[in-house]
Write a protein that binds this ligand. Structure first.
Ligand SMILES: [Cu+2]
Length: 164
């Protein structure tokens, strides 16, 4: 019995990181191609450190990691990383905005540009915590609950004493 509980606990602990880290297929079923609004695609999602972007695309496309200036100008000449294997997985390792574009001439202007805001990982200690006042209100409420249980307990003991 004890070992079953321990095994279940281990399984749970092992499963947690897999649940927290997400792989996003860029563009979903539209993949990485011309004519997709990646600003809209990004706006519907939350990206965190530890997540992965997966770009899937045909042979006419590539993926370049650029800075904001390159993204704004559709200029891939300053790319820090480039991929053209058709299925590129890029880990989001730092907080901030990552910029991508397709360096094939005309494709970035055709919409193949992506700016992904990366937030701190959900398990990170720098993640926002509830405000102190909310925490106090919550503990006050639970203290009140404990007090009323205490009153019921005392009342029952007194009644038991009277009945004897
Ligand atoms: Cu392209």
């Amino acid at each position: 019995m004890g070992s079953t509980v321990a095994a279940a606990l281990l399984l749970f602990l092992a499963a947690v990181p897999a649940v927290l880290a997400v792989t996003f297929q860029v563009g979903d079923i539209a993949r990485w191609s011309i004519g997709v609004n990646y600003t809209t695609w990004v706006s519907r999602k939350t990206f965190r450190v530890g997540d992965t972007l997966e770009f899937k695309y045909g042979p006419s496309h590539s993926v370049s990691v650029v800075d904001k200036a390159g993204y704004d100008r559709c200029d891939g000449s300053g790319a820090t990383q480039s991929f053209s294997d058709g299925d590129s997985k890029i880990n989001l390792t730092t907080v901030g905005t990552m910029h991508f574009l397709c360096p094939t001439p005309g494709h970035c202007l055709g919409g193949m540009k992506l700016a992904v805001p990366v937030l701190a990982s959900a398990s990170s200690p720098i993640a926002p915590s509830p405000s102190p006042s909310a925490g106090n209100a919550k503990s006050a409420a639970s203290a009140k609950g404990i007090m009323s249980y205490g009153k019921i307990g005392v009342t029952m003991v007194l009644m038991y004493g009277l009945m004897r």
